[in-house]
Design a protein around this ligand. Structure first.
Ligand code: GDP
Length: 196
């Protein structure tokens, strides 16, 4: 695993609290319960790396993890389920859209979707923002172990086809944190985006 050196760096409630906009970073987004924490832990070979993002009462916008001096992973908490009012949520959405639009070191977005419930409204919102920002997107269809092999492959093809039909450019792969499936593929995407 080439990402075991990854360490928690800082939480930012607003984009201006983020680390300096230098080097490269890759952001991870997904609806609450999509399997984002499990995926981040599997990708970095750590048991509890992403737990910081879930600490109750912590409604941070961005959590930064340092891979090395020049590379970061960024966890974007799923605002859709946060127990906050509409005005707060709207502000978050604005901040998140601004981050995706303005962050120069941001090289790509990894979007996680439960393979059994892909392409929700949340996912479409992120995909639209990424397109507007000219940001590359790689989709992980998570918990692939929940489906039989054939059904998982069918789901993969369907998501690819639908993204294409909607004119939303993205690459898509199967992923299972439980079975450690799809790690090589996602590491290759991260390596390319982070220029490692
Ligand atoms: P998050 O809210 O997106 O960070 O999601 P979590 O990583 O906390 O996972 C949500 C739930 O899905 C938990 O009950 C996990 O155990 C489960 N889960 C996550 N990844 C997998 C997986 O690859 N396979 C299976 N079967 N369950 C998973």
């Amino acid at each position: 695993n080439p990402y075991t050196q990854t360490r928690f760096q800082v939480s930012a409630a607003e984009p201006r609290q983020a680390p300096p906009d230098r080097g490269r970073e890759v952001a991870f987004a997904g609806r609450s319960n999509a399997g984002k924490s499990s995926a981040l832990n599997a990708i970095t070979g750590q048991k509890a790396l992403a737990r910081t993002s879930k600490t109750p009462g912590r409604t941070q916008l961005l959590n930064f993890f340092q891979v090395n001096d020049a590379a970061r992973l960024v966890d974007l908490p799923g605002y859709g389920y946060a127990k906050v009012g509409g005005a707060t949520r709207a502000r978050w959405q604005q901040s998140l859209a601004a981050y995706l639009e303005q962050r120069r070191s941001l090289a790509g977005l990894i979007l996680l979707m439960d393979i059994r419930h892909p392409l929700t409204d949340y996912d479409h919102q992120l995909l639209e923002w990424a397109r507007a920002a000219g940001l590359a997107v790689h989709v992980l269809l998570t918990k692939a172990d929940k489906l039989k092999r054939g059904a998982a492959k069918t789901a993969l093809l369907q998501v690819r086809r639908q993204l294409e039909a909607e004119g939303l450019p993205a690459t898509v792969q199967l992923f299972s944190a439980l079975k450690k499936e799809g790690l090589e593929e996602v590491w290759a995407v991260l390596d390319a985006w982070l220029e490692r």
